[in-house]
Design a protein around this ligand. Structure first.
Ligand code: BG6
Ligand code: MG
Length: 219
């Protein structure tokens, strides 16, 4: 395939915010007396804030009205923001900046495709907002992953057709969204979890443009 656009998920690909999401959800679960494990947390990766809350309520066998759900979600976000507001650029995952800069330098468009409504704040904390040619996030899309909307929006922003885009994703829901968008997907994490990705690497530090082109021949 010809690679003209690369679309990156944010949480778990460029920065490891999954830990902070987990700690904040865990705090809520503890207050609600719901047992929530790190293993349960895998199901939350890539899905929206409200969908994450619904998974936790389902684990605890609880049903809530809309107002209570909103209250729980905003409490969790408040605790999550306490972590994000203390985040520093050294939390950018290894190899991310080098890889993205190399892609840009070689004329490939780069975009962000994240479910998070906190994307602008995270990019500001990390000082990397200007690196992207397009930013599609939870503030501008209405359908969360595994719906392809966020990646299709990102592709439009960089004016590259889906078949010439590669998505980099660490979540099962995100891999599904990328494939539904008609894009190829490089899974970031373990092959066991990201079975449907076209290829899987453990992190962006394992990639450079030359290696990506070799992988792309197999895509
Ligand atoms: C995704 C995370 O990137 O963003 C999910 O993987 C999270 O765990 C989702 O629920 C929404 O994030 P936020 O910041 O809008 O609550
Ligand atoms: Mg992610």
């Amino acid at each position: 395939m010809r690679i003209r656009g690369c679309i990156f998920d944010l949480d778990g690909v460029i920065v490891d915010t999954a830990r902070y999401h987990y700690l904040a959800w865990k705090k809520l679960a503890t207050i609600l007396n719901i047992e929530f494990t790190e293993e349960n947390n895998e199901r939350l990766k890539g899905v929206s804030r409200m969908a994450s809350l619904d998974i936790i309520l389902e684990i605890g066998n609880r049903v809530c009205d809309e107002k209570t759900r909103e209250e729980y979600a905003s409490l969790k976000n408040k605790w999550y923001l306490d972590y994000i507001n203390r985040m520093m650029p050294d939390e950018i995952l290894p190899g991310s900046l080098e890889f993205i800069s190399e892609l840009k330098y070689s004329g490939i468009k780069v975009a962000l495709g994240s479910a998070s409504r906190n994307t602008p704040l995270i990019l500001e904390r990390l000082g990397i907002g200007s690196l992207f040619d397009g930013i599609a996030d939870g503030n501008i899309v209405s359908k969360a992953k595994p719906d392809p909307e966020v990646f299709l929006t990102a592709a439009k922003m960089i004016a590259v057709p889906p078949e010439e885009c590669i998505v980099f994703e660490d979540a099962v829901a995100g891999v599904e969204a990328a494939l539904k968008a008609g894009m190829r997907c490089v899974g970031i994490g373990s092959e066991k979890t990201l079975k449907d990705a076209n290829v899987v690497v453990s992190g962006l530090d394992k990639l450079n443009l030359r290696k990506l082109k070799v992988l792309a021949k197999k895509l």
